[in-house]
Design a protein around this ligand. Structure first.
Ligand code: HEM
Ligand code: HEM
Length: 188
């Protein structure tokens, strides 16, 4: 395990770090708004907190699209963790990406089924992903709420892991993603 303490790990590049912390901010807002906004029923109008949930959600969709493209074209230098830890970390990150894409998409599908238009910054309309009144779109709203809990659990695991690296293993994993981390050596 000595390697874990010795290693000097390069940071993610500045774009990846900016996208990571922007995602954290937007996802935190989505949880707070999603859990405090009124229940959505058949005749509910997309106003106030619900309008905020759609608006912040539209930004998150755009940020995640850019983030996935960036990630696929700019691979960070592999970590130097023991194989098991590295595998757990990679699996968690893949699951995080999957839920970060799926949860917003399902919310968007549900919004479309309610006849609500999702707009980026209140201006640019996104296409409808399901027909107004669609039963499928309605059900995806339930899946959206359930999968949000899965995302929440993954984030909890992820944050505990980050703090474990920083305070127990005392390695450089957290520094790889901090805003002021040194210059990156990504392989993009
Ligand atoms: C990671 C991002 C997101 C999180 C964490 C999140 C979280 C939530 C939560 C917790 C609820 C309440 C669920 C319930 O009480 O059962 C909710 C409902 C909803 N969200 Fe999201 N949301 C996200 C992204 C989005 C996006 C991008 C959209 C649309 C563009 C969206 C549209 C909706 C709609 C329409 C509902 C009402 C669903 C229903 O009750 O049938 N959400 N969301
Ligand atoms: C909404 C909350 C969060 C989400 C959705 C999230 C998501 C992610 C994702 C998807 C990755 C993989 C990056 C990649 O390989 O491209 C990642 C990496 C990372 N995150 Fe987070 N994160 C969140 C919060 C946090 C917090 C609060 C911390 C610090 C306490 C943190 C620390 C890190 C670190 C250090 C890495 C790099 C891990 C490594 O080098 O292997 N994250 N995060």
């Amino acid at each position: 395990m000595a390697k874990v303490y010795d290693m000097q790990r390069p940071a993610y590049d500045a774009v990846a770090r900016t996208l990571h912390w922007l995602t954290v901010l937007l996802v935190a807002m989505q949880f707070v708004i999603g859990w405090t906004m009124p229940d959505v029923h058949k005749d509910t109008q997309p106003v106030n907190l619900i309008a905020w949930h759609l608006g912040v959600g539209a930004t998150l969709v755009a940020v995640m699209a850019i983030r996935v493209i960036w990630r696929l074209t700019h691979w960070p230098t592999p970590d130097e963790l023991p194989p098991l830890l590295s595998a757990v970390s990679r699996i968690t990150h893949v699951l995080l990406y999957a839920t970060l894409v799926l949860v917003p998409l399902l919310g968007w599908i549900n919004a479309s089924s309610r006849g609500w238009t999702v707009r980026l910054l209140g201006l640019v309309p996104y296409p409808a992903l399901s027909k107004p009144g669609s039963a499928f779109g309605h059900e995806m709203g339930d899946v959206h709420g359930i999968l949000a809990w899965v995302l929440f659990a993954l984030i909890g695991l992820h944050v505990v892991a980050a703090l474990f690296h920083r305070f127990v293993l005392k390695d450089h994993v957290l520094q790889r993603m901090l805003p002021h981390a040194g210059p990156s050596r990504d392989q993009g």
